[in-house]
Write a protein that binds this ligand. Structure first.
Ligand code: A3P
Ligand SMILES: CCc1ccc(OS(=O)(=O)O)cc1
Length: 284
């Protein structure tokens, strides 16, 4: 993403001041001033939207969706800058005006909560694919992201970051509300609710689900070939020999969480997700 802020390390206070509140949800600075335009953003029936809370495996999902919908070669996907082809609605680049003019069919990403997305997406014709990831791996990933992002230069400990996560004090607001709001809409005809862990557990089922949802007809052999290609995409990241640790694997949180942190997290999880029948795999 384009970075437009000063390159200064953040103390907790400075970190706080980077966000702004919109209807009680903490949003990154680049969303400021455009939320009304986003609510009124014109959507098209041919659009495919990919919506996630950050660090839910958005890049992997976009590659798989691109592959299933366009039948592209995974090696080609690795070479092209797919991020340029799938803009994020609320990011400064390329911006709403450019996204409005893109040719159909558009693939558009967003991290915004359901209620802040363009109102025409709510029970509309455009397809919306939502992917959720277990929050323990996600918070570790989000922490590493904040440590590496120049504009955030987060200096707090993981423990402090995790507390912010549990208290809904990070960019894009409460993960707990984000996933539950989409879960409530999982039966809407234009919504497909997926889980990151299922990509690792049962990729065949996910590719079948995606093909059906996107209206891609394929026979058994084509489906097998698609799934094989999708496996390659997962492996390119998670089993890459060049990386010291298998990034993106399910259950990496166990090496980071302390026992007491885990107990506290489980308590908060139970409180905030108590009545919801959405479940996650925390290990595979
Ligand atoms: N093929 C792939 N390309 C990019 N990220 C992938 C990926 N497969 C899994 N991931 C994981 O997805 C996470 C990033 O999510 P997002 O794309 O939403 O920002 C990272 O998790 P980790 O930080 O746990 O490694 C990353 O490793
Ligand atoms: C904290 C600001 C921010 C910026 C971008 C994000 O999305 S992504 O992970 O790069 O897709 C999330 C948070």
């Amino acid at each position: 993403m384009a970075e437009s802020e000063a390159e200064t390390p953040s103390t907790p206070g400075e970190f706080e001041s980077k966000y702004f509140e919109f209807h009680g949800v903490r949003l990154p600075p680049f969303c400021r001033g455009k939320m009304e335009e986003i609510a009124n953003f014109p959507v098209r029936p041919s659009d495919v939207w990919i919506v996630t809370y950050p660090k839910s495996g958005t890049s992997l999902l976009q590659e798989v969706v691109y592959l299933v919908s366009q039948g592209a070669d995974p090696d080609e996907i690795g070479l092209m800058n797919i991020d340029e082809q799938l803009p994020v609605l609320e990011y400064p680049q390329p911006g709403l005006d450019i996204i409005k003019e893109l040719t159909s069919p558009r693939l558009i990403k967003s991290h915004l909560p359901y209620r802040f997305l363009p109102s025409d997406l709510h029970n509309g014709d455009s397809k919306v694919i939502y992917m959720a990831r277990n929050p323990k791996d996600l918070v570790v990933s989000y922490y590493q992201f904040h440590r590496s992002l120049r504009t955030m230069s987060y200096r707090g400990t993981f423990q402090e970051f995790c507390r912010r996560f549990m208290n809904d004090k990070l960019g894009y607001g409460s993960w707990f509300e984000h996933v539950q709001e989409f879960w409530e809409h999982r039966m809407d005809s234009n919504v497909l609710f997926l889980k990151y862990e299922d990509m690792h557990r049962d990729l065949v089922m996910m590719v079948e689900q995606l093909a059906r949802f996107l209206g891609v007809t394929c026979d058994k052999a084509q489906l097998e070939s698609l799934t094989e290609h999708c496996h390659q995409l997962v492996d390119q990241c998670c089993n890459a020999e060049a990386l010291p640790v298998g990034r993106g694997r399910v259950g990496l949180w166990k090496d980071i969480f302390t026992v007491s942190m885990n107990e506290k997290f489980d308590l908060v999880y139970k409180q905030k997700m108590g009545k919801c029948d959405l479940t996650f795999d925390f290990y595979l």
